[in-house]
Ligand binder design. Structure first.
Ligand SMILES: Cc1ncc(COP(=O)(O)O)c(C=O)c1O
Length: 375
């Protein structure tokens, strides 16, 4: 059996053709494909505006510059990739880590308790962990009741829906971000995007993406003005051509992930392997996360990872609690009361999940998982 990673891109000849055509065109960057990709993404999500950028981390950085101020307190989750809370630190704001709920997402009830106690909190940064969107009823209630900004980190969740609300639509949030890293649903190699329904935020994001520069029709032909400290977070036309081609396949990608998730759910029903949640058509399944009570087994988590490797399967762990990272500890984090996250971290790992995972490979993963854990 060839090595089976936990995630992988799906590139076909039409993707290659789209990239080659753009390579032969007049614009490799700052050309028409960028706008086309942004419009297609906004259209897909049902958001008014979209800004495509160099990667998901750049998307988070620009979003944070647009919605936060220095010293703002921001509620966020320990269960994410580092970039989510790092972006809060980038702008001199202060992440406050809140425990997770049973589905691995930030506990929005605990967020509300915190908002009631501390009226100086300015924002919530939630992550649609593994492809499972934040509870939109709760988000709506929070947005209506408290004067705060809400960012949805949808890096895992393009193609997900919650009672008809699409991820990235910003129906109950101010701003949302995506990542197009190869393990995500659709890829531009590196790449990311920000969506919003606010024209003011959109215009600010465009300026921040390009060095804080502004050029208006009344200026002299050579003139531009730098009005803010911005960045070069541009994405290329080559990447956007790939993104456009991938976006056409997104519904099929999500459908295939559903099939894989259902098959895993069935195979692990009534076993010691407990899926983080079972299939209900909401999650777009960037990850298939399971939990196992290692305290009751003859195998440690380290040995489990080694055994999977010996069998040519690359499982992963999502995530080490961010607040417990050495850098965060050096800032005084790490002792927050997050019992659910701590328990979850002891038990979780992610099985291979990507559209190109064949039925045969999936059966091999299931058989091997049961053998290793029952062994
Ligand atoms: C939840 C989450 N947010 C943000 C990012 C950052 O995205 P990128 O790798 O494109 O910078 C990632 C990437 O893994 C992620 O998983």
């Amino acid at each position: 059996m060839n090595f089976i990673p936990y995630g992988k891109q799906f590139i076909k000849q039409d993707d290659v053709t789209a990239v080659v055509e753009t390579l032969k065109s007049d614009y490799l960057t700052t050309g028409p494909k960028v706008k086309e990709f942004e419009e297609a993404l906004a259209d897909y999500c049902g958001a008014k505006y979209c800004v495509a950028v160099a990667n998901g981390t750049a998307a988070l950085h620009l979003a944070s510059l647009a919605i936060l101020n220095k010293d703002d307190k921001v509620l966020t989750t320990p269960n994410s990739f580092l970039a989510t809370s790092n972006s809060i630190l980038y702008v001199g704001a202060k992440p406050l880590f809140v425990d997770i709920a049973k589905d691995g997402n930030i506990d929005l009830d605990l967020c509300e308790e915190a908002l009631k106690k501390d009226t100086s909190i300015k924002a919530i940064y939630g992550v649609a962990f593994s492809g499972n969107m934040l509870n939109q009823e709760k988000l709506k209630h929070i947005k209506k009741t408290y004067n705060i900004k809400i960012l949805e980190d949808n890096a895992h969740a393009i193609g997900a829906e919650y009672n008809g609300i699409k991820s990235g639509s910003c129906t109950n949030s101010d701003i949302s971000i995506f990542s197009f890293h190869p393990v995500k649903h659709l890829t531009t190699a590196e790449g990311g995007a920000i969506t919003t329904n606010s024209k003011a935020l959109y215009e600010k994001l465009l300026i921040l993406r390009g060095h804080g520069m502004v050029k208006t029709p009344d200026m002299k032909p050579w003139e531009y003005e730098m009005r803010e400290l911005g960045f070069n977070y541009r994405i290329t036309d080559i990447q956007c051509a790939l993104g456009l081609s991938q976006l056409k396949k997104l519904p099929d990608f999500v459908k295939r992930r559903f099939e894989i998730a259902k098959k895993y759910d069935e195979a692990f029903n009534n076993t010691i392997i407990k899926p983080l949640y079972t299939f209900d058509g909401k999650s777009s399944y960037h990850l298939y996360v399971v939990q196992v009570d290692f305290a009751k087994l003859n195998i440690s988590k380290v040995d489990l990872f080694h055994k999977f490797r010996e069998k040519s399967i690359g499982i992963q762990l999502h995530y080490i609690p961010i607040n417990k990272q050495p850098y965060y500890k050096s800032l005084g984090y790490g002792e927050e009361n997050t019992p659910n996250m701590d328990k979850y971290y002891e038990k979780c790992f992610s099985l291979p999940m990507y559209p190109l995972l064949s039925d045969e490979e999936q059966e091999y993963v299931i058989k091997t998982t049961l053998e290793i854990l029952n062994g």
